[in-house]
Write a protein that binds this ligand. Sequence first.
Ligand code: ADP
Ligand code: MG
Length: 252
Amino acid sequence: MQPDSSAPILDVAGLSVRYGKVEALHKAAIKVRSGQIVSVIGPNGAGKSTLLNAIMGALPVSGHAKGAIAFRGEDVSAVPVEKRVERGMCLVPEKRELFSTMTVEDNLVLGAYRRKRAGERDFLDQLEPVFQLFPRLKERRKQASGTLSGGERQMLAVGRALMGKPDLLMLDEPSLGLAPLIVKEIFHIISALRQTGVATLLIEQNARAALQISDYGYVLETGELVLEGAAADLAQNPRVIETYLGLTKKVA
Ligand SMILES: Nc1ncnc2c1ncn2[C@@H]1O[C@H](COP(=O)(O)OP(=O)(O)O)[C@@H](O)[C@H]1O
Ligand SMILES: [Mg+2]
């Protein structure tokens, strides 16, 4: 874990979101430091996607955010989503938004489009590292992405995000709808990302899997962050165990 003294790469404070008159997020405060995996766990409808979309500046038109979002020390709360991407923020949304008729490789190349347009000569330099991280994608590089399994599609969505070489990767429920063995594989890979130096903000309903690979965690319930702490401590917290981890099961 990074020492707490290092400046956070993401520092969110007093972030509230409304959809019309309904407040979906109330004064959220979150910090992520480089090289860390931070998770936000919470049930369906708690406001997890709202939180991520607001940080990314990608709320639906009916959503209005207020509050401070500092990325690498600069306030980005008024910065449009494309510019947040340019600065190194990246969101893999709940809907993976792959181009299903395009091949795996072409989807990955598309993930580097912004870097290409910015004139970066080595814009494809993450292709091999991504293939190393996801050997299944390499095997299927010429296959149309629509023919992939759910787990492989999730891997492709994460791989495509990594092609842009982000400093902060935000993942909205990467385990959603996947079989337990595949969830394990995906989380193992997310955990391995730590070595690349990327910071990860992980939103999950699967509290057990998320806390196991995280440094720090937050619990979001009906729009409010009600608990936070080192992930290992949260996993031992009686309230977390009762509500999110089940009474009888212990975290390994
Ligand atoms: N576009 C929207 N318009 C109105 N209400 C919304 C919209 N998106 C989400 N909500 C509401 O905001 C709350 C939080 O939703 P969401 O952030 O998707 O939760 P989660 O990702 O934790 O399941 C829910 O009550 C949901 O109905
Ligand atoms: Mg959601």
